[in-house]
Every structure is written in structure tokens, then in C-alpha cells.
Ligand binder design. Structure first.
Ligand code: SIN
Length: 286
């Protein structure tokens, strides 16, 4: 097992692009400040980090997440009654997956988009239901210098309107299914973020354009914006920028939304899947 330069954890990188499995950590225990700092550094180095064989109560999950910052209560997606910060991502057997399906960056339609999410797996299908991640720092680095310079001058408008008005979203409002939504005026907001953002800790630049929430570029019409958005969204998730996480019962994955896009797969219709997600508040992007 590779230590990868860490003292208190081991990290095994998942692909040439990103992602790591971290071992030597019990997330339910009182993690020392030194070990927590290495976990944070691993997150910023690999974009998404996974832990196997964890046994977490809701309290453990909450306490670990809280060390990264304030926790989000989603304005649209209902959390659990006793833990409003925990979203129960339940997909019953013999239904299609719809939550988090398709490439996106969580809540980029917030003025202060989410820092990242921490997801704990309880019930997993025997196959399928993996989550894909794509490294947006690598996506940026691999563009030409001309394109990088042009993108640095652009601002994108993000909105939740399309995503939360889609047929699969509409079913969840006032519904009694496993995931329910509440109505919020946030879906009418248009929020601006730079197309290229700088990571607040490492200062690395990343592409910040996702197909779920980006509507158009500031000062451009939707028609003018579409060809460039389409190109960037395709480029952003090139196979060689990706890693794929295979869930097992007890897996925990955390990702940094300032580094990655992610997509849940809808390829396990006959099986049940139950994951719990806590999201950490982020800050204004620059
Ligand atoms: C999400 O949080 O976007 C969904 C992740 C998953 O279900 O794999």
C-alpha cells in the first residue's frame, strides 16, 4: 500500500487522472488533528477520496463532516427529519435512478456553491450504481493557452431551473417517494461564477462549467453560448480525466466540488441502493 507522502494515512491513487482510496483511518473514531489535516490534503490532491469498511452512525457521519466546515440544509431536497443536513439517497428496487444522474457539480447554482459532499453507503447493488468523477483541473490544464486565456475572461450564469423542473424532478415535489423536494424561489435565481476558478487552498485553476446548471455566458445569448458550453462539457469529462468509484457496504466517498464533476450511474434498475449524503458549505468562487 502506498503512503504517497503521508504520515498518518495511506493513499492509493485510482487512475492516472485522480481519485484515491485512503486506508488506515476509522472515520467513526476521534481522528487526531494531524490525521484530519492529511485527509484534507488528500482530498485537495486527489479530488475525490474513498474509505472502505467504515461503520458510521448518523452522529459519526455528521461529526466527521462538521470538521470541514458548516453543513448544508438543501433548499430543495428534503433532508432526514432528525438530521436535516443528511440526505437519504434511496433508490428502491425495480425503479430507475434519477438523483445525481448526469454530470454535474453540486449546487453550482448557489452564490456560495458547496465545498463537497461526504457519502456513506449502506445498501449497494451487486453490480452497477457506481459513481464517476472527472478532474476539472486536468481538464483546464489540457486546453490550449489561447483557449485558457479566453476562458479566464468569461463568467457563466448558473441556474437550477432546468434541472429542478425536469420530469423526474417534478415527481419529487410534494411526493411521497424515497427522495422528496420542497418548492424554493432559488430555482428562479441566476448566479454568476467565473468559468475558470482558483482552488482556495492550492490556487490550482479548474474549469467550472457543468451541463446540469450552466445556462449561458454573461453578456452572451443562449444561442451564442451553446456551442462553447457543449464543447467544454464534453471536454470536461474525457475518459482520461476520470475515475470511477465502485460502492461497497461501508464505503465512504468525499469529493471536492472545486476540483471535480461527478455523475451517478443509472444501470441497476432491479436493485436497491441506499446512500447517505452530507454536504459541506462552500464559499464565493474566484
Ligand atoms: C450525488 O450526490 O450527486 C449522487 C451521488 C450518487 O448517488 O452516486
Amino acid at each position: 500500500m502506498l503512503k504517497n507522502g503521508f504520515q498518518t494515512i495511506s493513499a492509493r491513487q485510482l487512475t492516472g487522472a485522480m481519485g484515491a482510496e485512503i486506508s488506515g483511518v476509522n472515520l467513526a473514531s476521534d481522528i487526531s488533528d494531524a490525521q484530519f489535516e492529511e485527509i484534507r490534503m488528500a482530498l485537495f490532491a486527489f479530488g475525490a477520496i474513498g474509505f472502505r469498511n467504515q461503520v458510521l452512525t448518523f452522529e459519526d457521519h455528521y461529526n466527521f463532516a462538521k470538521r470541514f466546515g458548516g453543513l448544508e440544509v438543501h433548499p430543495i431536497v428534503n433532508g432526514m427529519e432528525d438530521y436535516p443536513e443528511i440526505i437519504k439517497m434511496h433508490k428502491p428496487a425495480r425503479t430507475a435512478a434519477s438523483f445525481g444522474v448526469g454530470w454535474h457539480t453540486d449546487n453550482s447554482f448557489f452564490r456560495k456553491p458547496s465545498l463537497g459532499s461526504i457519502v456513506y453507503a449502506d445498501i449497494v447493488p451487486p453490480q452497477g450504481g457506481d459513481t464517476l468523477f472527472a478532474n476539472q483541473q486536468l481538464a483546464f490544464e489540457s486546453l490550449s493557452e489561447g483557449m485558457k486565456a479566453a476562458l479566464r475572461s468569461l463568467t457563466a450564469i448558473h441556474s437550477a431551473n432546468d434541472a429542478y423542473s425536469s420530469p423526474t424532478a417534478l415527481e419529487k415535489y410534494d411526493g411521497d417517494g424515497p427522495i422528496t423536494y420542497k418548492r424554493s424561489d432559488i430555482i428562479n435565481e441566476q448566479v454568476e461564477h467565473p468559468v475558470i476558478i482558483k482552488h482556495p487552498v492550492t490556487a490550482k485553476e479548474a474549469l467550472y462549467v457543468n451541463p446540469m446548471f450552466v445556462s449561458h455566458f454573461k453578456g452572451w445569448t443562449k444561442e451564442e453560448s451553446k456551442p462553447l458550453i457543449d464543447f467544454l462539457c464534453l471536454h470536461a469529462v474525457r475518459e482520461d480525466f476520470q475515475c470511477r468509484f465502485r460502492w461497497e457496504k461501508g464505503s465512504v466517498v468525499m469529493w471536492d466540488n472545486r476540483i471535480v464533476q461527478h455523475a451517478a450511474l443509472n444501470d441497476y434498475e432491479e436493485y436497491e441502493r441506499l446512500l447517505y449524503r452530507i454536504t459541506v458549505n462552500g464559499d464565493v468562487l474566484r
